[in-house]
Design a protein around this ligand. Structure first.
Ligand code: UD1
Ligand code: F6R
Length: 365
């Protein structure tokens, strides 16, 4: 049921205004947030010493995108765990922890084994999944179904944006007892209501991303630099490019650029820099300057109207996206990168919906 689309991945990318609407349906109530699956547990979560996010692949990246706003809105320290690495290390998990497991399928073996481990260690275990009735949904103490609708393409796209929105609602619900952040929460809730409209807007970049893909089709590698709210966007954009377009790509923390990656910069290696408006904007402007002074081949993602602010001499290619509440910007910013990965794959002649060596649900370790 691809309708007018050539591939499920393409359909699922373009479906995001709708999937995000269903993720939020019935949950933005009277200016507040109502998550039926968490409401009995909010007090326990608020009392926990730490939130530990656990997932694999794209689901891990979604949790990484959520980390800054969960810390900001709840005041609880957040640590990140790739499920397999937590198991390899047998890392410490305590009774006072809230362990949040993020998985589209709810059946990923590493994530489920990490869940067993956290249950044994007495943590409160919360699920964030797209699959009602999945093992994750059944074995966690409580959780949130992201309600993005069935995702068929092996590369996760609409589930990623719905996971971020579900975790934004979760952070708002946990932090809802704090008076000092009321205005900030109101602004984010209003940003959530207008998000589907802004996602429709950013999807209009489809043609531009196809053109960008044709200029990158023969590249051997693609770097993506992000920081702050959009560090996760850099990792997830690069993951999409490598897993479907079968092109080497790395997402990097822009703050680490000078500590190694800068050595790679020359006039051939394409580099995407994410520099939309937020508290890190001026730092990203200086990253762009340093890359340009080394003749880097730059593609800069910026907020609408900022082309000359990010690239004064016009020597980089610019992707302008709608500006939304800073912590929701990752939902917008990943979409041009999803479109880019899609078009690169088609142009390079690879299988979009069934990438080499990959399965939709990794049920073995
Ligand atoms: C629920 C109903 C929804 C209905 C709504 C109306 C289900 C699956 N959802 O949605 O159809 O429209 O009430 O009030 O029947 N859970 C976990 N682990 C997870 C995910 C969820 O334990 O990983 C639990 C939740 O704690 C909750 C239940 O599953 O007890 C349903 O979760 P969710 O669908 O997110 O709840 P509602 O949004 O209230
Ligand atoms: C990337 C991708 C994988 C999955 C990972 C976790 O597009 O599909 O990286 O994100 O295997 O899968 P879930 O979310 O089902 O646990």
């Amino acid at each position: 049921k691809k309708g007018s689309y050539d591939h499920f991945m393409q359909k699922e990318i373009h479906e995001q205004p709708h999937s995000l609407t269903t993720t939020m349906r019935g949950r933005l109530k009277d200016g507040g947030i109502l998550l039926g699956g968490l409401k009995e547990h909010l007090r326990t979560i608020r009392r926990s010493r730490r939130v530990v996010f656990i997932g694999c692949g794209t689901s891990y990246n979604a949790a990484l995108a959520a980390r800054p706003f969960v810390e900001e809105l709840t005041g609880i320290p957040v640590t990140m765990e790739v499920a397999s690495d937590l198991l390899d290390r047998q890392g410490p998990i305590y009774r006072e922890d809230t362990a949040v497991f993020v998985s589209q399928s709810g059946e990923t073996a590493d994530t489920l084994l990490a869940l067993d481990y956290a249950l044994e260690n007495g943590a409160l275990c919360v699920g964030v999944t797209n699959t009602v009735g999945s093992t994750l949904s059944r074995r966690t103490h409580c959780g949130v179904h992201i309600n993005a609708g069935c995702e068929i393409g092996v590369a996760s796209t609409k589930a990623y944006t719905s996971q971020i929105v579900a975790m934004a609602m979760m952070a708002l619900a946990i932090g809802s007892d704090q008076i000092s952040t009321q205005a900030r929460r109101d602004a984010i809730i209003s940003g959530l209501s207008s998000l589907p409209r802004n996602v429709s807007e950013v999807l209009k970049l489809d043609v531009d991303m196809k053109e960008l893909a044709s200029s990158l089709v023969d590249s051997e590698s693609l770097l993506v630099f992000g920081r702050g709210y959009n560090y996760a966007t850099a990792l997830e954009g690069a993951l999409k490019v490598k897993e479907v377009a079968l092109m080497h790509s790395e997402g990097m923390l822009a703050g680490e650029m000078k500590h190694g990656p800068l050595a790679l910069v020359d006039e051939n290696l394409p580099i995407i820099v994410i520099a939309t408006r937020d508290a890190c904007f001026s730092k990203q402007q200086s990253v762009i300057q340093q890359l340009l002074s080394r003749k880097g081949r730059l593609i800069v993602m910026c907020s609408k109207g900022d082309a000359s602010a990010v690239c004064p001499n016009g020597s980089c290619r610019v992707i302008e996206v709608p500006e939304v509440a800073d912590c929701l910007q990752p939902v917008i910013n990943i979409i041009p990168l999803q479109l880019l990965a899609y078009h690169l794959t088609v142009l390079r002649g690879f299988d979009v919906d069934q990438p080499r060596n990959l399965a939709k649900s990794v049920t073995t370790q």
